[in-house]
Ligand binder design. Structure first.
Ligand code: ATP
Ligand code: MG
Ligand code: MG
Ligand code: MG
Length: 479
């Protein structure tokens, strides 16, 4: 069986053979973009090339990019561990054309790589193209359709709407129509049961999207309008862990060699067994295997856990993980930091920054765990009482004041309170919580609002115009 390391290497070798320059992943933490806290796609580091503000060294590049999708427009946190293919941190394999090749080559190479190098079963692939959008005056992507027709039966080319087939980085920034490749990993038996009907992503947990080819043509401005870019580009992103799962023929990303090492060590530490089900214990195993990567790579890239901005996002992920092992693996001491050596070792060749700082990152994680474990027991008792009371009441809700108390006294991030509430079929009065937060902010005069301006296409100046970056820096400083 091909290992994940070999699969990654084949991707990069393939695009090198198509004259792409192989570049390094940008850090997971974004430092120069007011619209983004973390890298959420491979294209982020190339934004200025799309806008025409900077000239790339090579018009064709490829890489594997560390991404994190836990905030902003792309936020998958609640799916993680519950399903088997959304991660907080994941690697996005990508190839780019900056005003060089376009749809014809991009589609031809996607197909060649998947079917000739990776030898995926053609009969299990299907693709989607953008159907157009009248409101935005965007046409159907006939060109992509006609290219795909060369390789795949027409009944396996499906039309998708703006939500799925028009990719946008954030509320503002580069965007364009896209075509996506999906793999049907159901068993033959299951496929026969639907008469070979093409199922789309989300119809079935074993039918998954693996690769997105975006044709960058616009810049979305703050007023919502689309401004054409100075040139047309290709921007692709393939989920590495999903690709490995498909090639290794597994039913879950967590059954691939990307994750099995971490799961095995978690079993040894806790004395519990990972059982591949939807039980909370198994979800806990998946959550830990996932979250440790997000936490450790982000810290290695320079973002410490803190009470604000990007730092608080990391603290929230870490506390979520702690609560999972504490409650569902019955482990009451710091655990995450013990998983670190496995990950650092596994990624030493690809992302050496973790191995190089392993002692430091380990210390940071351990201290965070210890700090939260000091209040967790009491906090869980408190929320238990709240859950019991709410269960008996009319509203079936944890109030805003109570959620704030959990936050302020026991360090429960609101999403953790929401998670525990939802496990008990309850809701949280979040506007009430926000109001309490606001009052506290007013009291401490710490309220800072960050407004984001448009990124402007400034060809003649050779630079982008945004100047509000210091504000964000202050806001995300460790406190
Ligand atoms: P999905 O619909 O599954 O949430 P997406 O459409 O949001 O994925 P894109 O923005 O198109 O994803 O990103 C390109 C590729 O990155 C996807 O085709 C997928 O393979 C991968 N990917 C996206 N989100 C995640 C995630 N949270 N974890 C792992 N891989 C992901
Ligand atoms: Mg998504
Ligand atoms: Mg999608
Ligand atoms: Mg997609």
């Amino acid at each position: 069986m091909m290992t994940s390391a070999e699969i990654r290497k084949q991707f990069l070798d393939f695009f090198a053979s198509k004259k792409h320059q192989i570049v390094a992943s940008a850090p997971i933490v974004v430092k120069n973009d007011p619209t983004l806290l973390f890298t959420n796609a491979g294209m982020n580091q190339f934004k200025d090339y799309f806008l025409g503000n900077k000239k790339p060294e090579s018009t064709r590049v490829a890489d594997t990019q560390k991404c994190l999708r836990v905030s902003g427009k792309h936020n998958d946190l609640e799916e993680v561990g519950v399903d088997t293919y959304h991660h907080t941190m994941f690697e996005m394999l990508g190839n780019w054309s900056f005003g060089d090749y376009f749809k014809k080559e991009a589609i031809a190479w996607s197909w060649e790589l998947l079917t000739e190098v990776y030898k995926l079963d053609k009969d299990r692939l299907y693709v989607t193209i953008f159907e157009g959008d009248a409101k935005e005056n965007l046409p159907k992507d006939e060109e992509a359709y006609n290219e795909w027709k060369k390789y795949i039966a027409e009944d396996r080319i499906l039309s998708g709407n703006k939500k799925d087939n028009f990719w946008e980085m954030g509320d503002t920034g580069p965007c364009g129509p896209c075509t996506e490749i999906h793999v049907d990993c159901r068993t033959d038996e299951e496929r026969r049961a639907t008469d070979g009907k093409t199922l789309v992503n989300n119809d079935h947990p074993q039918v998954i999207e693996i690769w997105n080819n975006v044709f960058m043509q616009f810049n979305r401005l703050k007023d919502g309008s689309l401004q054409p870019l100075p040139a047309q580009h290709v921007d692709t992103g393939m989920g590495f862990e999903r690709l490995v799962r498909v090639i290794q023929g597994k039913q879950s990303n967590y059954d691939t060699d990307v994750f099995t090492g971490t799961i095995k060590v978690t079993e040894e530490i806790t004395g519990k067994k990972y059982g591949y089900s939807d039980s909370r214990q198994d979800i806990a195993f998946r959550v830990l295997a996932d979250h440790i990567r997000a936490i450790s790579f982000t810290i290695a890239d320079g973002q410490l856990p803190s009470n604000t901005g990007a730092g608080y996002v990391i603290r929230r992920i870490l506390r979520r993980a702690v609560r999972y092992y504490y409650s569902y693996l019955d482990y009451k001491q710091p655990l995450l930091f013990q998983l670190l050596p496995v990950i650092a070792e596994q990624f030493a060749d690809v992302f050496p920054e973790l191995q190089q700082q392993v002692a430091f990152v380990s210390k940071v994680i351990r201290e965070e765990e210890e700090a939260f474990l000091r209040t967790l027991e009491k906090g869980l008792k408190r929320i238990d009482d709240l859950v019991t009371a709410a269960g008996k009441s009319e509203e079936k809700q944890i109030g805003g004041k109570a959620a704030f108390e959990l936050f302020d006294t026991f360090g429960f991030p609101i999403d953790l309170t929401r998670l525990i509430a939802s496990e008990n079929a309850l809701e949280v009065d979040e506007p009430g919580f926000e109001a309490e937060m606001q009052q506290q902010k007013n009291r401490s005069r710490a309220a800072t609002a960050v407004d984001t301006e448009d990124w402007v296409v400034l060809k003649e100046h050779g630079m982008s115009e945004f100047v509000g970056y210091d504000t964000l820096e202050i806001n995300s400083k460790v406190t």
